[in-house]
Design a protein around this ligand. Sequence first.
Ligand code: KPL
Length: 324
Amino acid sequence: MMEQSDIHILGAGSIGQLIACHLAKAGLDPVLVVRQPGICGRQDFCLVEEEITRNFSIRVKSLEQSFRARVVLVCVKAWQLRQALDDIRPHLDEHSEVVLLQNGMGHQQSASEQLPGTGIISGSVTHGAWLSAERQVVHAGHGTIMLGYRDNRLNGNFPPWFGQFENTALSVHWSGNIDRVLWRKLAINAVVNPLTLLHQCKNGELLDQPEVEKQFGHLCREADRLLARLDYRWRESIETGAREVLRITAGNWSSMVQDYRAGKPTELDYINGYLLAEAGRQGLELPNHEQLHRRARQMLADSGAREAAKPAAGQGAFSSHFRK
Ligand code: KPL
């Protein structure tokens, strides 16, 4: 395979390692790009699935090395994205395509402004994954990865390199309306992530207490109201979607719990902050979401958690694309 088409993965957190291991398992030879200088060559990574551990030898390159990247999956957090795109920029050329795999919204628009002329693909990941050691990722829930251009420039067709994902167990699909997918995921994350943070539980334990289940229902219905306002044809129930995510990722710690426990900034502003800002733009009051956001912010402040870089102000709604 030509170097040009190699899949580069920027960020060796749980999702970056999960994707790298699954590509290797399917016989591909991805490149994991890391910030640490001096790290290069092949390194062993472990994938744990249903208690079976497999080792994969993955190519690792450091950003300080000289290389060209045709396809880059960016697997850093939303608040790290600006720096990550600056770091990878010297390795891109006019044919490069950058795939954004962050939770939340707002950063997709900033990325297009930051890298004008580069193909930017937005993505949504519903796999559950966490690191049980530095180079050991647990695949704790089989979800999907949805990818697409926000401007649907290929009319629902996908770029040629996309075929490489076909034989992986990552269930990667192409979407002709990725904004809809991003909004759905944002709404689910806005309910699941802060609730699991506040209750410090795994996804599968969230609805064990009737009080929490009741609050979960209120939050999902408020999200439905916002989505119906953004798209009058929206008929999906976020509660159904969120229950499904909780079921398939039952053994997972949500990314917000993982970040909190690791003392890292969370994506709260990119998820709940974005949802509430959009509700404000639409003139909608979402009291349960406002209260949840307040409580989560308070918990993070009390723990002395580092603040993440905030989403850039004034990012408009996705509505015009969303209503296709
Ligand atoms: O996206 C997730 C996250 O934790 O951020 C889910 C799908 C809820 C898995 O935990």
